[in-house]
Write a protein that binds this ligand. Structure first.
Ligand SMILES: [Fe+2]
Ligand SMILES: [Fe+2]
Length: 184
């Protein structure tokens, strides 16, 4: 992780100790860096947004988290993690003295990172794609299949079919396909 974001990550970490969100965040962060190599976007918005995007899960009890995502999720519960995530992200970013205008843009991205089905900007597209690329990694697949009681023979072909509708950038689609090729 770049030094300049390490401080943000250290403050974010206590809020990531649920739902494997520490692992999820580190994986999304590395995908965000790879996306930024090929797609337009501002690292100073994208990387803090990725680090802080899921902080809000800590505010949902674990028994409710399971109802808030996955194949049969409750949209109101899922929304809570976005709204609470914005509050915690502001707290963390203000604590490191981050530029208030940048915090504003990061907050808007986090606020709709799951529920908003379209992207607002280049930065938003990268955050959304980095978040979803997790689903194609060995770690993400194993955790998600266990969560939802799914079998690889059904799950892998299903996520493969979603690539074109889930991803906003060509690089995101390519990285997802590369991951699946490694899983085969
Ligand atoms: Fe999320
Ligand atoms: Fe996420």
């Amino acid at each position: 992780m770049y030094d300049s974001y390490q401080g943000i990550y250290e403050l974010a970490k206590p809020y990531l100790q649920t739902r494997y969100n520490d692992l999820h965040t580190e994986i999304c962060y590395s995908f965000a860096c790879r996306l930024l190599e090929n797609e337009p976007g501002d690292q100073e918005i994208v990387l803090p947004a990725v680090i802080c995007h899921d902080l809000g899960w800590i505010k949902l009890p674990e028994d409710l988290q399971k109802k808030a995502f996955g194949p049969k999720f409750d949209p109101d519960l899922r929304r809570i993690h976005e709204v609470e995530g914005v509050k915690l992200a502001r707290l963390v970013l203000e604590q490191v003295g981050y530029d208030p205008n940048k915090i504003k843009e990061i907050a808007v991205i986090i606020d709709g990172h799951d529920s908003r089905t379209f992207a607002l900007s280049d930065n938003d597209r990268i955050v959304k794609d980095a978040d979803k690329l997790w689903r194609f990694t060995a770690t993400g697949i194993a955790i998600d299949m266990e969560r939802f009681g799914l079998e690889p023979s059904n799950y892998i072909p299903w996520i493969k079919e979603q690539i074109d509708s889930w991803f906003f950038t060509q690089t995101g689609k390519q990285l997802a396909r590369n991951e699946l090729a490694e899983r085969a």
